[in-house]
Design a protein around this ligand. Sequence first.
Ligand code: URP
Ligand code: ZN
Ligand code: ZN
Ligand code: ZN
Length: 465
Amino acid sequence: MTTLIFGGQVVSPQGAAPADVLIDGEIVTAVLAPGAADALDVQADRRIDATGKYVLPGGIDVHTHMDMPFGGTFSVDDFETGTRAAAWGGTTTIVDFAVQKKGGSLQEAVDTWHAKAEGRASIDYGFHAILADVNETSLKEMDVLVDQGVSSFKLFMAYPGVFLSTDDQIIQAMFRAADNGATIMMHAENGAAIDQIVSRAVADGHTEPKYHGLTRPIALEAEAVNRATQMADVTGAPLYFVHLSSGDAVDVVAKARDEGRNVFGETCPQYLFLDESDLARPDFEGAKYVCTPALRPVEEQAKLWRGIRTNDLSVVATDHCPFCFTPDKQLGRDDFRAIPNGLPGVEHRMDLLHMGVTKGEISLARWVEIAAATPARMFGMYPKKGVIAPGSDADIVIYDPAATQIVSAQTHHMNVDYSVYEGWEFTGKVETVLSRGEVILENEHFSGALGRGKFIKRDLSQYLV
Ligand code: URP
Ligand code: ZN
Ligand code: ZN
Ligand code: ZN
């Protein structure tokens, strides 16, 4: 089966240019000057007209939590509903977090996640591993996982008693990563200090959702980013900060990068588009916006956009971790500490970042870079993923920049009963999605078979400062 996508603007980190894309089976075989296919008399089994549209490498969301036990419940998208929703939003690859249990092994975590994804995912997927129990055994297992294509490990400086690793554990994991080439991913917030602030608030009777934000100060994010950066410097491990939410945190990353160190930052659409006032919504609606780090004062948003432009923030991923308003978020009706932390978002990342383009925050080229090309390079999937070039997987999104859509939980494809963007009008919309050459979304119809998605055995990071 050969496919020719013609008439569109192919977008890459180098810019946008009119070009036609030829696909044979699952793979891109040529990117041709407009008209060249006809001049060369290229015959294609299928021709897709992309006139007036962008032709993008499929989005790569390197931060999702499908079917994850957390906060006394499970995130409500599994690999079926979550990957389908991702595809509707123009994402053709996710990297999800396999969670080690306390007392359990990393291998067990990865095996469990393979079982969750196999037969369900409709787009390709990889795994990071969450190190929840750093000990002699799990440190050795890091090497084994790297050989299995799980080449990045998330550690937490937050969530004492649940996921938190102490500094001695963190530095051991970093030494190991420095040896085996893996990337350390860090949730940087000073969890021990935050817990004390939380206890004081609750003792004063402050139990509403807005106190989730008020008890997690930016200073304790920036402090943890700094501490982790110094430990990474001492050990030589590459370090990738997930979900950075504040200008002060980005400043620490920027300084390290200016010194030439392999330190990278990710942020998420919720920190670019939502703010702490959402946590104060009445009638417990604020619970819908409880995620960690917390939504920040609105003035942080401009600092994050700037960080994206300066490449101090290299990637935008979603941290998709959906819980239903009823029953899940209700667990914390009387005490914000019991609200499961996380927001739904896997479906809307490409559209929200496109809004960054239309608002003049980023260029078209930067959109594709932070949403596809850099995630692929950072997590060892490039050039199989993240680029439209001969030899790459034909993961391609045809995007209509002029179409509009109104977001609603009634019409979105995530398995969650609310949207944090309810009623928002987006300019731009995914029209057609190809995953490894197969059209899986077209004419508002999703046709990706259950389980067609394949596990991606990732290499080490190919990304340097
Ligand atoms: O609130 C969040 N972010 N939930 C998911 C877990 C994490 O820390 O990434
Ligand atoms: Zn986290
Ligand atoms: Zn810089
Ligand atoms: Zn997360």
